[in-house]
Ligand binder design. Sequence first.
Ligand code: HEM
Length: 405
Amino acid sequence: MTNQTLERPETLDPSLPGRFADGSAHAMFANLRREAPVHWCADSQFGPFWSVSRYDDIVAIEAQPALFSSEAKHGGVSIIDINPAEASYLESFIMMDPPRHAQKRRTIAPAFTPSEMTRLTGSIRTRTAACLDALPRGEVFDWEERVSIPLTIDMLAILFDFPWDERENLRIWSDAITSLDMIANRPQERVGLLFQMAGRFHQLWQERLAAEPAPDLLSMMIHSQSFGEMDAAEFMGNMATLIVGGNDTTRNSMSGLAEALTLWPGQWDRLRADPSLIANAASEIIRWQSPALHMRRTAIEDVEFKGHRIRKGDKLVLWYVSANREERLFPDGELFLVDRPNARRHLSFGYGIHRCVGARLAELQLQVLIEEMLRRDIRLEAAGPVERAAHPFLAIVNAVPVRIG
Ligand code: HEM
């Protein structure tokens, strides 16, 4: 591991994917927050970009969507520019600015109200309990493979009312959308998978359109007025957003939870002694893990920001992973503390008009997981190094080897 504190801001490239695999990004961001909170990187594998690493600055930018755009035509919401060909068949409201955005978001939002969450709690609990009961005791297993992946894929299948025995495809498509390796080295294979996804969802679209409206997300979208007029590209884009939004992020939070509990077993004792901390612990893991490492915006005109001249078309990368450990707000931010008083202030769900629409669902899944683990006193011990992907956008965990102690 390189010593990031020795890197000079003038030559620093915060986006080097390896930093996110070996965890060295945290020391680098502490340095950036102190030395260069609005930092220009002139050259990287993702092109030139600004890094915004302080909490208040990120909030200030997200609060001005008219100036700092999410639109696909400007490159979208990740440091990895959306390629124009892809934008033509993946148009989603996460990559839309006002006024189009609000109209679309309003259709999805009813699927995530508190009453919908209450309706879903029973099935989340049943699946979580069955998953935990099937885990081996005293043997090494991969938490990612046995818990995080199946729980989040099943959840998506329930949300969409996706054919149950085909749900493994949701994982394959989700991985294809985000995989850096596929984007760079296997574009044909990736496009093939995206078309497969498009084909299957198109069939489902036709079926649900012909059927009576139902409470699943697909039917809700198809029968709504604002989405009713959407074309195939927009439909696919929304599916892709929901699959990645609902899958990778929650999956990686669940894996982060297992890792944190093996690193700080005292926090498990704390939760056992006081289960009223469970909801806070779920927020704390989302803060600590920062499942979406950043979101990106593009300046749509020249603007002065914190003494820097941002030019029209410049890419701004808003590093949540940094803001979530900002010393002023989150002292000892590298620690996982189930009773951290302001854990809920994390920026992992973003801020402003695009703030995560699925936040309640993600929190609910984590809370139920912790509750059911507590009920069984599933105390995790590390059984090998956690494997992370070298990815600058999502905190992707590949394996968490553990043993139930
Ligand atoms: C821990 C889990 C999650 C994290 C960390 C997360 C993170 C985020 C973030 C940072 C944004 C803001 C994007 C922006 O500002 O450009 C976002 C938006 C979104 N998320 Fe999540 N998400 C999570 C879970 C979910 C779930 C479970 C779903 C749905 C099943 C979901 C669906 C969405 C959608 C549809 C948007 C777009 C909202 C909009 O543009 O108005 N997310 N998410």
